[in-house]
Design a protein around this ligand. Structure first.
Ligand SMILES: *Cc1c(COP(=O)(O)O)cnc(C)c1O
Length: 369
């Protein structure tokens, strides 16, 4: 096929010529990494952008997740969702923590607070929910349970860049929130990530841990890792940040156009963020119901045949993967709602540069069935 495939997302990039002056500065200073000037500026700029006090940049979101668990000394069992990208649970295994899967709330598509308490044992130390598709979790209920049982809450907020909930940044919730700046995300630094944390002491511990555990030239406080973001990534981030609001606004227009075209279509359900959410339109999920003319996988294949690479985020469930499926909490009968979503889900193309006629082709395929 001659046409380029339409992908579910496309990396957002600034005009190359605007990046050149940043590169010249890096070449002139020869400061390439280790908390350089762009790194410091981006941490500051992101704090201001989100309205949070402290943030630590990382080489990627997965190392940030792994480090967040170490920063709070999480061990034993952690309650989490099977309906996510594998990195969420992998970060637990990398810390020899046992994931305890709990079913999802099918409205928010994230960890159901009503099912958390039944999963708590004497070994439980934390809850790791995911703001799936950037839809806020039921943060108040989750945090009330955490307070009652003395548990930490670490949000995987990889989808939630720029999301505001009930008038404030969603990232202000929980003990820590983790962002990903991977190429496919709303805001990218090619690869990258961050931990948002509420106090300077925790931020300092995180900064030590991401630099091998060095507290000073001769003191190593823990077996830390190399999780540092470099100056190239940080400089790009500063430039990306200038346009991210416009990029999100464009995503929201595409989201609105999809909703107008697909709302009420028999057999198609359109999930949406909970009330009081200023959404980032990071994803456009649809649920293909049994009364649609095609099965989900037939519709998926219809798109593939047209060179439109829609994705089944999230299928299969993490709890079905070989390294997790033996866990008692991974038993299929315990996770019927997550499974039902995984079997119906399809994420449609959404990104700022999505061409109008490509957008229309996607809509036409769904309407034609
Ligand atoms: C992208 C993503 C991650 C991993 O982030 P990386 O920056 O790619 O390491 C973790 N969790 C979720 C939910 C993600 O979507």
């Amino acid at each position: 096929m001659s046409r380029k495939p339409i992908t579910v997302t496309q990396p957002y990039l600034p005009p190359l010529e605007e990046f050149i002056p940043y590169l010249e500065q890096i070449w002139a200073s020869k400061t390439l990494t280790n908390n350089g000037p762009f790194h410091r500026q981006l941490e500051q700029a992101l704090c201001e952008h989100f309205g949070v006090e402290h943030l630590a940049l990382f080489a990627n979101g997965t190392i940030a997740l792994i480090t967040a668990l170490q920063a709070l000394r999480i061990s034993g069992e952690v309650i989490t969702t099977p309906y996510s990208f594998v990195a969420t649970s992998h970060s637990l295994l990398w810390n020899t923590i046992t994931p305890v899967f709990v079913d999802i709330d099918p409205e928010r598509m994230s960890l159901d607070p009503a099912r958390i308490e039944a999963a708590i044992t004497p070994r439980t130390t934390a809850i790791m929910p995911v703001h799936c598709y950037g839809y806020p979790c039921d943060v108040e209920r989750i945090e009330r349970i955490a307070d009652t049982y003395g548990l930490k809450v670490i949000y995987d907020a990889a989808h939630a860049f720029g999301v505001r909930y009930r008038g404030e940044s969603l990232l202000r919730h929980g003990d820590l929130s983790i962002l990903s700046f991977h190429a496919t995300k709303v805001f990218n630094t090619f690869e990258g990530g961050a931990i948002v944390c509420p106090d300077a002491k925790t931020k300092q511990r995180i900064d030590f841990l991401k630099n091998f555990g060095f507290a000073d030239e001769v003191t190593v406080m823990a077996p830390g890792i190399n999780g540092k973001m470099n100056e190239f990534q940080a400089a790009l981030g500063l430039l990306q940040l200038q346009r991210v609001d416009a990029a999100i606004a464009r995503r929201r227009e595409i989201d609105a156009a999809y909703r107008e075209a697909l709302n009420g279509l028999p057999g198609i359900t359109l999930p949406s963020p909970p009330p009081d959410t200023e959404h980032n339109a990071a994803y456009f999920p649809i649920l293909v119901e049994p009364d649609y003319r095609l099965t989900r996988d037939q519709l998926y294949q219809r798109f593939r045949d047209e060179n439109i690479l829609v994705r089944r985020y999230f299928y299969p469930l993490i709890s079905d993967m070989p390294m997790y499926r033996g866990l008692p909490s991974a038993a299929p009968e315990r996770l019927p709602l997550a499974r039902s979503s995984a079997e119906r889900i399809l994420c449609l193309p959404i990104y700022p540069d999505l061409a109008v006629d490509d957008h229309q082709r996607v809509i036409d395929i769904i309407r034609a069935g």
